[in-house]
Design a protein around this ligand. Structure first.
Ligand code: AMP
Length: 338
């Protein structure tokens, strides 16, 4: 049975080199795909265009992501398809559900069908005039960490977390992380297929310095940069090139050396000639203690540790005193202003 092999719904011809699939199953998959009626374009992501779609029978909404494939004529390797379809098994209230994977080998098109969310964090912050309340910031931070903790415990990391792929349902007060695991399946390009530069603002310093061994701590770094943006409305490190990104980080956290970050000198792009900045106080940059108290600031500091394995892990972050007065039973169920 086709879904037990790869979990991928294949329309038209079978995947090259894969076992032949029953013609009946392909027709089913093709019919299943056609039941999603494509609507307006929602945006352009790292991997391709995103459309809203409505299921013609159930009326259910979905976000249909058309993956732009690098080598259109070569088709998708079976390993990529298997890797992507494994993500369908990842069920968590704070992770956007991958409902289905549709692959059309004939025209080399791959579609990922995701649970739909009304807002991404960027749009939601804008709709609130960039003034999220203290409770909202705490709830969003907790839910991000909850989703991260779940994925990390399954050895899946995101690598490219940013406000555009943090999705929000204000009617329920729920936050969900999108695009989990895709960076590994497809490798993040330098530019999107529309030649837009992929943002560096949330990228961990070990990646920027050319490290090859990075892992789950890169996602904690991203959360550590997203929280200040929820507080101030401004990105924390809005670099316009890799070096500008690094220097923006260094200006706040100090230029890393072996004291601040053991092993930094071994990273491929580290230069002893980097300008030397001293660490600054986070509160100078992340003001508004009424939106983020000192405990919240301490949590950020632990997320923005240079040494990746000194960075707080998601599971421990959920136990941080910043969340002591958060009602964990109702988090993600209380409507938020729109
Ligand atoms: P991405 O490929 O995740 O960067 O998506 C590009 C844009 O499409 C995002 O900025 C979102 O606004 C939108 N988008 C992505 N996934 C969804 C989804 N599941 N529901 C609603 N909108 C989405």
């Amino acid at each position: 049975e086709m879904t037990s092999v790869t979990g991928v719904q294949t329309c038209a011809l079978p995947i090259c080199g894969e076992a032949e699939m029953a013609a009946g199953a392909q027709a089913d998959a093709s019919a299943a795909f056609k039941q999603w009626k494509r609507g307006q374009k929602l945006g352009e992501g790292t991997f391709g265009e995103v459309y809203i779609a409505t299921h013609e029978i159930t009326g259910e909404k979905a976000a249909l992501k058309k993956i732009k494939l690098e080598c259109e004529d070569e088709g998708v390797p079976g390993t990529t398809l298997r890797e992507v379809s494994l993500l369908k098994e990842l069920h968590h209230p704070n992770v956007v559900q991958l409902k289905d994977v549709f692959y059309m080998p004939n025209d080399s098109k791959l579609y990922l069908c995701f649970e739909y969310c009304d807002y991404d964090l960027k749009k939601y912050m804008k709709s609130c005039q960039y003034k999220l309340s203290a409770n909202c910031i705490k709830s969003f931070t907790y839910q991000m960490l909850n989703g991260l903790s779940w994925c990390h415990s399954h050895r899946i990391f995101h690598r490219d977390l940013k406000p555009q792929n943090v999705l929000v349902d204000p009617k329920r007060g729920t936050l969900k992380l999108a695009d989990f695991g895709l960076a590994r399946a497809f490798t993040v390009p330098l530019r999107t297929y529309t030649h837009e530069v992929v943002t560096l603002w949330y990228r961990a310093p070990e990646i920027l310095l050319g490290g090859k061994q990075y892992s789950v701590p890169v996602d904690i770094w991203s959360v550590g940069t997203i929280i200040p943006e929820m507080v101030t409305g401004q990105p924390l490190f809005p670099g316009d090139s890799e070096i500008d990104e690094l220097f923006k980080i260094f200006r706040l956290l100090g230029t890393p050396n072996e004291n601040l970050w053991q092993g930094v000198q071994q990273l491929p792009d580290f230069k002893a000639e980097f300008p030397k900045w001293k660490p600054r106080n986070l509160r100078e940059i992340v003001q508004h203690p009424e939106r983020l108290n000192d405990q919240g600031l301490d949590l950020i500091a632990q997320m923005l540790k240079y040494t990746p394995n000194e960075r707080i892990v998601a599971k421990d972050a959920l136990e941080h005193p910043y969340f002591a007065n958060l009602d964990k039973a109702t988090v993600g169920t209380i409507p938020l202003p729109i």
